[in-house]
Design a protein around this ligand. Structure first.
Ligand code: PPS
Length: 302
C-alpha cells in the first residue's frame, strides 16, 4: 500500500466527528462547521458536477469522466489520486487542502464531486446552468456499502454495530441524511436542470452502454479503441488494483483498508449476505412507504 502520498497527513490523530444538522439534514461536523464556504462556492458555466448519495458509485463515475476527458489516456489518469483529479466540494479534513480550494486552483473545464442533497447544492451551479451527472444505487446495497465504509473511514461518524447502523440508515440519521430524500430529490430535479441520471445497477449490467451515455452528455465523441480502453480501465478489478483510483494513497489513520477496503466488492445484491429476514421485511415495508409517491424505480431492491 502507498502510504507517503500525503506526508503532511501521516500521524494525524483524527477523531470521528459528530453529526450536525444543517437545514434538518445531518452532516459530519467538519462539513456543517464550514458550511458558509461551501454555500458561497462560485461555479463556472463549464463545470461538471458529479452528485451522489455516498457509496453509490461516485468514484466509478469520477474515473470514467476523467478517462473520457483524457481520451482514454490511462497514464494521464494516473497523474494524481482520483480525489485530487476530481475534488470533493464539501471536504474539510484537518491539515489537508479543503475541496473548495483544490477546485479553485483547477483549470477549466473543472470536474468535482458532491454528496449534497439537491436543496443544498450551492446556487451558483444552477445560476451557471452547469451539467450534473447523478448516479444512484439501490438502497439495500447502499446501506451495506455505507456501513463498511463507516467502519474503515475515521472521518465518518461512529457507525455502531450492524443492527444499529441499519436503523440509523432507515431513519436518515446518517451523514448526508436520508437516502430516500436524497435520491428522490435529485430524481425530481433531473428534468429541471441539465442532469444525467444513472443507476449503479445499469452500469454493472452494461458498462459500455452507460459510458457512452456519459460521453454523449459530455459532448465527446470517442473512437472505438478508446471506448474499449475506458470500459477496461474503469472495471472494478482494474480500479481496485490502481492506487490512483482505490484510495490506498490516503493516510491509513484516516482510511483503514485492513478493516474494509474502499474498493470492497463492487457487486449488486451483496445486501443478501447482510440482511436478516426481519431486517429485509422492515426495509421493504419502510421502502414502500417512502417511495410510494415517486416514479423513481430501482432494480434488485425487492
Ligand atoms: S464515496 O466514498 O461515496 O465516494 O464512495 P462511492 O465511490 O460512491 O462508492 C463506493 C462503492 O462503489 C464501488 N465501486 C465500484 N463498483 C463497480 N465497479 C467499479 N469500477 C467500482 N468502483 C467503485 C465500491 O466497491 C463501493 O461499493 P462496495 O459495495 O462497498 O464494494
Amino acid at each position: 500500500m502507498e502510504l507517503d502520498y500525503h506526508p503532511e497527513l501521516q500521524g494525524l490523530t483524527l477523531r470521528r466527528p459528530q453529526l450536525k444538522l444543517l437545514q434538518d439534514v445531518p452532516f459530519p461536523a467538519w462539513l456543517a462547521d464550514n458550511w458558509e464556504t461551501v454555500k458561497n462556492f462560485q461555479a463556472k458555466p463549464d463545470d461538471l458536477l458529479i452528485a451522489t448519495y455516498p457509496k453509490s458509485g461516485t468514484t466509478w463515475i469520477q474515473e470514467i469522466v476523467d478517462l473520457i476527458n483524457q481520451n482514454g489516456d490511462v497514464k494521464m489518469c494516473k497523474r494524481a489520486p482520483v480525489y485530487e483529479r476530481i475534488p470533493f466540494l464539501e471536504r474539510f479534513i484537518e491539515k489537508s487542502t479543503p475541496g473548495v480550494e483544490l477546485i479553485e486552483k483547477m483549470a477549466s473545464p473543472r470536474v468535482m464531486k458532491t454528496h449534497l442533497p439537491i436543496q443544498l447544492v450551492p446556487k451558483s451551479f444552477w445560476e451557471q446552468d452547469c451539467k450534473t451527472i447523478v448516479i444512484a444505487r439501490n438502497g439495500k446495497d447502499n446501506l451495506v456499502s455505507n456501513f463498511h465504509f463507516h467502519r474503515m473511514d475515521i472521518v465518518m461518524p461512529e457507525p455502531g454495530n450492524w443492527p444499529e447502523f441499519f436503523q440509523k440508515f432507515l431513519h436518515g440519521q446518517v451523514s448526508w441524511g436520508s437516502w430516500y430524500d436524497h435520491v428522490k430529490g435529485w430524481w425530481e430535479a433531473k428534468d429541471k436542470h441539465r442532469i444525467l441520471f444513472l443507476f449503479y445497477e445499469d452500469m454493472k449490467e452494461n458498462p459500455r452502454r452507460e459510458i457512452l451515455k456519459v460521453a454523449k452528455f459530455m459532448e465527446k465523441v470517442l473512437e472505438e479503441d478508446v471506448i474499449e480502453k475506458i470500459v477496461h480501465h474503469s472495471s472494478f478489478e482494474v480500479m481496485r488494483d490502481n492506487p490512483m483510483a482505490n484510495y490506498t494513497t490516503f493516510p491509513m489513520d484516516a482510511m483503514n483498508h485492513n478493516i474494509s477496503r474502499f474498493m470492497r466488492k463492487g457487486e449488486v445484491g451483496d445486501w443478501k449476505n447482510h440482511f436478516t429476514v426481519s431486517q429485509n421485511e422492515d426495509f421493504d415495508e419502510h421502502y414502500e412507504r417512502q417511495m410510494v409517491h415517486s416514479s423513481l424505480k430501482f432494480r434488485n431492491v425487492l
